[in-house]
Ligand binder design. Structure first.
Ligand code: ATP
Ligand code: MG
Length: 361
């Protein structure tokens, strides 16, 4: 079995790269290869252009922060943080000064004399973070460092790590399966699927232009609606048609005449981009099956043809179970994927007939 396959990733200086993907997709394996805890069966790991594929972990100038804090239980917080410096043989006074500086950064100054067992989960995680910070490494590698924290603490620690990254200009490779962490913390996301990179891009790029059905499904809450459809032309307009849907894709003109006969596609549209309209002549016709109250927003779950579609908007949406509604979305909010490969199709208003054929990216 191959856990990580043909991955090509370039991490720029100062970048906060998030490796995102479902459980078992190979995130930790990839991070451990970067850290030197696992040797790849093929390929190379480069740091600042130097080949470190066979360099032992302790000589890589990378600091790793794990999900489990791995603190020394018999050492005080201060000595836990200072541990990497003692190994380097720094003087006591120098170590104390460095520990004090880093402890202040992560708000641990008052707790330096405590033992790890006398700390909360969030405080322990900050000690682990401080121990990485004190080394002033070339890059930080973090594997789900927040997953043991409760929701509120996760949100505040998330913000702290992001702020630290900005302040220090540090390079971070951060593993998570949590899309909110990825969207809020990353300067760039690499989405992994079964050991391969499905897409890399800024959070906005992967959210707004998912390269595949897999990415479209992975990001967003609820995830993007995906519907089977077939392309056809009505007059000069390019349309996607399926059970209970017939949607204009926003392309008109003689260029598309006959260009795309009956191509099978997956039509995608995010729940927040669907608007409720009268059923007559609407792009999508649907029946509401349930309405969920999220506090600020509401989500209406609907059936259209044989598919499920969700609609998200500020509460109240004004919908009740059983309502028959029309739904519409602006053409720029529609996504097309190849029905077979699941890859995104690019369709642009055409200058000439040859440009009309959707191309797979
Ligand atoms: N030491 C190992 N020996 C054999 N297979 C392994 C080993 N470690 C991980 N795997 C397998 O490799 C694949 C990737 O595992 P990995 O731990 O990298 O996933 P992950 O993306 O970090 O998942 P999670 O989000 O659950 O932590 C999985 O199918 C896993 O079962
Ligand atoms: Mg993992």
């Amino acid at each position: 079995m191959t856990a990580v396959d043909e991955v090509w990733l370039d991490v720029a200086d100062g970048e906060f790269l998030v490796l995102l993907g479902p459980s078992g997709c190979g995130k930790s394996t990839l991070l451990r290869m970067i850290a030197g805890l696992l040797e790849p069966s093929a390929g190379r790991v480069l740091l600042d252009d130097a080949d470190i594929t066979h360099t032992p972990p302790q000589r890589r100038d990378l600091a790793m922060v794990f999900q489990s804090y791995a603190l020394y239980p018999h050492l005080s917080v201060g000595r836990n943080i200072g541990f990497p410096l003692r190994a380097r043989g720094l003087s006591k006074a120098a170590i104390r000064a460095e520990v004090a500086k880093v402890a202040a950064m992560v708000d641990l100054t008052e707790l330096l004399d405590r033992k790890p067992r006398e700390l909360s989960g969030g405080q322990r995680q900050r000690v682990a973070l401080a121990r990485a910070l004190v080394r002033d490494p070339g890059a930080f590698l973090m594997d789900e460092p927040l997953s043991n924290l409760d929701a509120k603490l996760r949100a505040t620690t998330r913000a702290e790590i992001t702020a630290l990254h900005r302040r220090l200009g540090a390079t971070v490779v951060y593993v998570t399966h949590d899309q909110v962490e990825a969207m809020t913390m990353a300067t760039r996301i690499a989405l992994l699927n079964e050991g391969r990179v499905e897409q890399t891009g800024t959070p906005a790029e992967v959210y707004d232009e998912p390269a595949s059905v897999f990415v479209a499904r992975f990001l967003g809450s609820p995830p993007m609606n995906l519907l089977d459809a077939t392309l056809h032309t009505a007059g000069n307009a390019l349309m996607a048609r399926g059970p209970e849907l017939d949607v204009a894709l926003g392309i008109e003109g003689p260029g598309i005449e006959g260009g795309l006969p009956d191509r099978a596609v997956t039509l995608g549209v995010r729940p927040e981009h669907l608007k409720v309209v009268p059923p007559e002549g609407a792009g999508f016709r649907a029946q509401v099956t349930a309405v969920e109250n999220l506090g600020g927003d509401e989500v209406a779950h609907c059936r259209t043809g044989s598919a499920q579609v969700s609609v998200r908007g500020p509460r109240p949406l004004g919908l009740s179970t059983g309502d028959r509604v029309g739904l519409s979305a602006r053409p720029e909010h529609l996504h097309l994927f190849d029905a077979g490969s699941g890859r995104r199709l690019v369709w642009q208003p055409a200058a000439s007939p040859a440009d009309v054929e959707p191309t797979t990216v």
